[in-house]
Ligand binder design. Structure first.
Ligand SMILES: C[S@@+](CC[C@H](N)C(=O)[O-])C[C@H]1O[C@@H](n2cnc3c(N)ncnc32)[C@H](O)[C@@H]1O
Length: 185
């Protein structure tokens, strides 16, 4: 699982995570600790996020390994308490043509919203291929490469109401130790 994560998911995106996951995949001692977790909690990104959340070193495998081994009880508890609840606002670039093509204005409900960052498709700025960007000038830019006949919208949708539903909704305004630190350690 850790080798697949290194080679298939983070290679070319995070050299640090790739190096750590490869190190773990060849380390029987650390793998034995991970094996003590329930199957659903053995995820590489959960372990790596928990180490960063707790302030462990991530730049060098031997230091990482030593820290993980020494702090395993705390790490274990964090991995049982927390979940990976990634938000991928980039998905808004693929939803935008559909949302913009519907009768306006829109009310949005997202099931599985996590912290709700995909509930703001009207607040991002989009650049499809080399076309001029659309969306608010101060919005975070989502660059998107297309293939095939994509109906590129002329303007963002008009959203007048939005709500998120989640088993464990995250609030980015929670104080220290809350969702913000977990999502962006
Ligand atoms: C990977 S996150 C995706 C967040 C967001 N939709 C996105 O695409 O960026 C999946 C979310 O679904 C939530 N979830 C999983 N099962 C659910 C259920 N049965 N009902 C409501 N939310 C659920 C999880 O708590 C998590 O926050």
């Amino acid at each position: 699982m850790y080798r697949r994560f290194a080679e298939g998911e983070v290679r070319g995106r995070s050299a640090v995570y790739e190096g750590l996951a490869l190190g773990i995949s060849e380390d029987p001692g650390v793998l034995a600790l991970i094996d003590g977790l329930p199957v659903a909690r053995r995820q590489p990104n959960l372990l790596l996020a928990a180490v960063r959340f707790l302030g462990g070193p991530v730049e060098d495998y031997p230091a990482f390994r030593e820290w993980v081994t020494a702090h395993w009880p705390r790490l274990h508890t964090t991995m049982l308490e927390r979940r990976t609840q990634t938000n991928e606002p980039g998905r808004c670039a693929t939803l935008l043509p559909v949302l913009a093509g519907l009768p306006q204005p829109l009310a949005l409900i997202e099931v599985g919203a996590s912290a709700g960052l995909c509930l703001y498709p009207d607040r991002y700025r989009y650049r499809y291929d080399n076309l001029p960007p659309l969306g608010p000038a101060d919005g975070p830019l989502l660059a998107c490469r297309t293939a095939g006949p994509v109906p590129i919208p002329e303007r963002p949708p008009s959203v007048v109401w939005r709500a998120g539903i989640d088993l464990n909704p995250l609030a980015l305004t929670e104080p220290h130790g809350g969702s913000m630190e977990w999502l962006t350690p």
